[in-house]
Ligand binder design. Structure first.
Ligand code: PLP
Length: 384
């Protein structure tokens, strides 16, 4: 009998996290050593130098690969360094199709660093696969998508994207930060490379920066591994340990985030002061059916248009439990104003096109008691 594939939470608790051999410790030790004793000249040992390999990092890489149903996982110091590593599969002269709507820092990296180096980009709305097709050129190498997007909560049909890319001989990279592997598994839908800001839901407690790249493609994995060692933006053993601890509760947290966000989104959708609400869990979201098809649940991120920067200021200023701050995905609720915070580096014309208005506010709904969060939201609405 073939052994049954363990469930998500079983993998989150056990993959890469077996009891340690020497003492039986049930949590992975933090191997702080930067170097390792070698036996004799020219005889290769598995563990040699901390930038290249570290046992705590190796455990975290095994864990994240298993959670994304991938063969190879690579850990980075931040989400941005993971994205840079994934993008190392392209080179000057090649063309990349990227979502026009994505995290501002990713756009900044593409437009301010890769473009001047000679990588060509087309920024395309990724809602319709047919629209993407029209942008494929002779030198196109890959398609980069974020789904749902930060902060407009637009989706890309991952299965259709995978098919399009395979038929055209292109690579695909998907940023799965907003969903986490518990709610969405892009590799299973035909995507080649998944990237994460582990700083968000994977870490989940706003106390660790991290990034990850996962793939099942051996050739790509070798490139990412080479880049990881050559560039050196690796996380510390302690950060890897924090991430190993965090993912054990990922499913519990994502269920709670999704449950709270669904209740809050339902309430905000009915409030006449809110001009627009962007949450894929609402039947009014234009891609709600796609969300139901490719996501297990809808996650904890909601964006709302309050109508003006004054309203955004009043709303965010009245909140007690939603802390005004950058980042997302922690157990504590956060609220952010994309225009002045996370998406400041996106040019005004593009922001207007995307709907990142002065009144847009992004909520990262935490796992506090939902009654308290609802009271908080009421306080915000009353202040408008
Ligand atoms: N991808 C998304 C969707 C993000 O929201 C962020 C950060 O907010 C990043 C990537 C970058 O991650 P990090 O801040 O860990 O470098």
């Amino acid at each position: 009998m073939n052994p049954k594939e363990p469930g998500f939470s079983t993998k989150a608790i056990h993959a890469g996290q077996e009891p340690e051999k020497l003492t039986g410790a049930v949590t992975v030790p933090i191997y702080q050593s930067t170097t390792y004793a070698q036996h004799t000249l020219g005889e290769h040992v598995k563990y040699d130098y901390g930038r290249t390999i570290n046992p705590t990092r190796e455990a975290w890489e095994t864990s994240i690969a298993a959670l994304e149903n991938g063969k190879f996982g690579y850990a980075f110091a931040t989400g941005m360094s993971a994205i840079a590593a994934a993008m190392s599969v392209t080179k000057p002269g090649e063309h990349v199709i990227a979502g026009s709507d994505m995290y501002g820092g990713t756009y900044r990296y593409f437009s301010k660093i890769l473009e001047p180096l000679g990588v060509e980009f087309s920024y395309v709305h990724m809602g319709e696969i047919e629209d993407i097709k029209g942008h494929i050129k002779k030198n196109t190498r890959l398609i980069y998508a974020e789904t749902p997007t930060n902060p407009m909560m637009n989706l890309t049909d991952l299965r259709a994207l995978g098919v399009l890319a395979k038929n055209a001989g292109l690579l695909t990279i998907v940023d799965n930060t907003f969903m986490s592997p518990y709610l969405q598994q892009p590799l299973d839908l035909g995507i080649e490379i998944v990237v994460h800001s582990a700083t968000k839901y994977l870490g989940g407690h706003s106390d660790v920066l991290g990034g990850a790249v996962v793939t099942s493609n051996t050739e790509i994995a070798e490139k990412i591994k080479f880049y990881q060692n050559a560039y050196g933006a690796v996380p510390s053993p302690f950060d890897c340990w924090l991430l190993l601890r965090s993912v054990k509760t990922l499913a519990l947290r994502m269920d709670a985030h999704s449950r709270n966000a669904r209740i809050i989104a339902g309430h905000l959708a009915k409030d006449h002061q809110i001009k627009k609400i962007f949450y894929p869990g609402l039947p009014t979201h234009p891609q709600h059916d796609l969300a139901r098809a490719q996501m297990k649940d809808f996650g904890g991120m909601i964006s709302i248009d309050t109508g003006s920067i004054e309203n955004a200021r009043k709303f965010t200023g009245a909140l007690k439990y939603f802390t005004l701050g950058e980042s997302l995905g922690g157990v504590e609720s956060l609220v952010c104003h994309p225009l002045t915070m996370t998406h400041g580096s996106v040019p005004e014309a593009r922001r207007n096109e995307l709907g990142i208005t002065p009144g847009l506010v992004r909520l990262s709904v935490g796992v506090e008691d939902v009654a308290d969060l609802m009271e908080d939201i009421e306080r915000g609405l009353e202040a408008i």
